[in-house]
Design a protein around this ligand. Structure first.
Ligand SMILES: Cc1ncc(COP(=O)(O)O)c(C=O)c1O
Length: 404
């Protein structure tokens, strides 16, 4: 076979992307809404002359802790680091097993591996794509130290049942709340329920920054103290290093922007929920299934993900109409080449396998306009109706699609 030509491949990809009239994510549109406030906060921070661990990070930690209702927040350089530091601060180390979901972003498992620990993959529920507590219990072993539930797509995991399993077996629970800032269950915001939790401020997240960023939240002073030390080279104070740490500090500039976004996060979440409800209404009872969130939970829809047996047909049809969709996630984590060498264990993950073949995420972000939402709904309905008439829907030409 001739070698692949990378520059040409890149060119084709960018042409395809520009054909979408409605993007899956649009961090720029979100930025534009708060541009004045963000620019002024960032400019003031630039003028302050303090760019690392200054006032902005300290204030952001206080404000985020208040928003989440937790005692401590430690701002770090990414959601991946927030997971690694949370697990480490909770005592997870080499040889320990951590039970988690195989249907998530790779960072959930790589944070475990990074500490020399071993991910153990349990199955998910197809109602909400989150860990199934019974499967978690079936996967426990002698070396199990922690459970790492992921609040996937912004839908809180069944924490009551997971905490009960943890209690019965004396395990630590660390929440992967990277996608779920503002989500609620058991009357509390996520980030409050486990021993520690990790958040991500990747630009497309519910609270998106303008680069990488993350945070550890906890109600345990000792966990916060260790996470704080680990993010800054293991230093207890200046020039006093107690342990091997990381350089994982959130920048002042990111904190300055995130403080502005945090003030508006509730309005952005309500917009996400309203768009999700509009999509729910159009697909109710048809061949496309929406997430069934747990009773009393608040889903924040960092992604609006449906299940559909004819997923690829739906994706092609919407794509040709100018609506960008995404597959999160196309394979369970253990099917990545990484795990040909990396250690892991798994239970029966057949529901995770099914999800990988059938999920599709539709455009959803706060700055999506009413006419764009109406257009996506219309195209969804066109596809559903064609299918119901017994005709496989045909994707139109790319050029035709999109609202004005
Ligand atoms: C479920 C989950 N966990 C962890 C992460 C890692 O966050 P970051 O990209 O900020 O390192 C992400 C981010 O994409 C995520 O979606």
């Amino acid at each position: 076979m001739p070698p692949t030509d990378p520059p040409r491949m890149l060119e084709v990809k960018s042409m395809e992307e520009s054909a979408y009239k409605i993007k899956l994510f649009n961090p720029l549109a979100e930025y534009k809404r708060y541009e004045g406030e963000i620019a002024s906060s960032v400019a003031k921070t630039l003028q302050s002359g303090r760019y690392i661990l200054g006032e902005q990070v300290a204030l952001f930690e206080e404000e985020l802790a208040r928003y989440l209702g937790v005692e401590h927040v430690v701002a770090v350089a990414s959601g991946t680091d927030a997971l690694t530091l949370s697990l480490a601060a909770c005592g997870v180390g080499p040889g320990d097993e951590v039970v988690t979901s195989p249907f998530t972003f790779i960072a959930t498992a790589s944070a475990i591996l990074r500490l020399g620990a071993v991910p153990v993959f349990a199955d998910i529920s197809l109602d909400d794509f989150n860990l199934d507590p019974a499967s978690v219990e079936g996967c426990l072993g002698e070396r199990t130290r922690a459970i790492l539930p992921v609040h996937l797509f912004g839908c809180p995991a069944p924490m009551r049942e997971i905490l009960e399993v943890a209690e019965r077996h004396d395990l630590v629970v660390v929440e992967d709340a990277a996608q779920a800032l503002g989500a609620e269950i058991m009357g509390q915001r996520v980030g409050n329920l486990g021993t520690a939790a990790a958040f991500s401020f990747y630009p497309t997240k519910v609270l998106g920054g303008y680069g990488d960023g993350g945070a550890v939240s906890t109600n345990h002073a000792e966990v916060a103290k260790v996470a704080r030390m680990l993010r800054n080279h293991g230093a207890a104070e200046r020039n006093l290093y107690l342990t091997l740490g990381y350089n994982s500090r959130l920048d002042e500039l990111q904190a300055a922007a995130l403080r502005v976004k945090l003030k508006h996060v509730e309005e952005m979440i309500e917009e996400r929920r309203a768009i999700a409800a509009a999509y729910d209404r159009v697909i109710a009872g048809g061949p496309v299934e929406a997430t069934r969130q747990p009773q009393g939970a608040r889903h924040v829809y960092s992604l609006y993900t449906v299940m559909c047996e004819k997923r690829d047909s739906l994706k092609d049809f919407l794509g040709a109409a100018g609506v960008e969709c995404g597959v999160y996630y196309p394979r369970p984590l253990y099917r990545n080449a990484l795990f040909e060498k990396a250690p892991f264990r798994k239970g029966d993950c057949s529901r995770a396998e099914t999800a990988c073949g059938e999920v599709l995420s539709l455009p959803l972000y706060p700055a999506l306009t009413e006419s764009e939402v109406a257009y996506v709904r219309e195209k969804l309905l066109d596809w559903i109706k064609a299918l119901e008439r017994g005709r496989e829907p045909i994707a139109e030409s790319r050029q035709a699609g999109g609202p004005r």
